[in-house]
Write a protein that binds this ligand. Sequence first.
Ligand code: GUN
Length: 275
Amino acid sequence: MSAKLIDGKKIAAEIELELKTKILELDSPPRLSVVQVGEDPASTSYIRAKSNAAERVGIELTHHHLSEDVSKPDLEKLIINLNETENGIIIQLPLPKGLEEALDFIQPENDVDGFHSVNLGNLVQGKSGMKPCTPAGIVEMLYRSGNNPEGKHVVIVGRSTIVGKPLALLLSQKGVDATVTVCHSRTPNIGEYCKQADILVAAVGYPNTITSDMVKPGAVVIDVGVNRTEEGLVGDTSYDVREVAGQLTPVPGGVGPMTVVMLMSNVVAASLKTD
Ligand code: GUN
């Protein structure tokens, strides 16, 4: 049996249509600034995807491309000015060493990536606020594909600040009500945990980390990996996982488009607050 593919591109297109309708009701288009520091090729490709999505839904996106050796005060000055004019601001990661604190220069209400300490703090406390886009996109994709996580055992492999940790918080909060296990590089016998998952999330960043023997037959597998290999773009799961899983998100075309559309959704939410 081969797993049914969960089409993230199609679900994202549905959400884009909903956003487009909301934007048409606004007095002026929402504004998003994307700040890129240096020449990371993956960042350039992510920004292109965000820019294309913004154009489709009617968000005005400005790309600020700074040199690798920009000083912290200059970066701070730019962000502080953008706080005054923009609905949303993101700083594309990774940032060069020493500049990571710049994320906290963005005002929490403009932080459409949901990375500011205040927004992450709100998430821990179950309060409303901007939610990080990849975890929010995964939760939305589960609901829209008929996989309500309530009462399900979700095993997340990966404990990053932008995916693993916030996803565990979102899924275990009241009203979503999944039971969550987080595994990481120091977890012994990871496969034993993975095999217990109704929903297995691979957010590791290495190809072929999750193999078919680690998956419970019929499980829903969410592959967050974006690994550039000689064979092209691949996720964190090996190809044979589709022989065991019940449903699987493809790479590309699964979680990636959901991340982008949740960013657009956060920009619209930010603009509605100031409209
Ligand atoms: N780099 C990889 N993923 C992301 C993301 O979701 N937002 C930002 N700002 N940078 C990233």
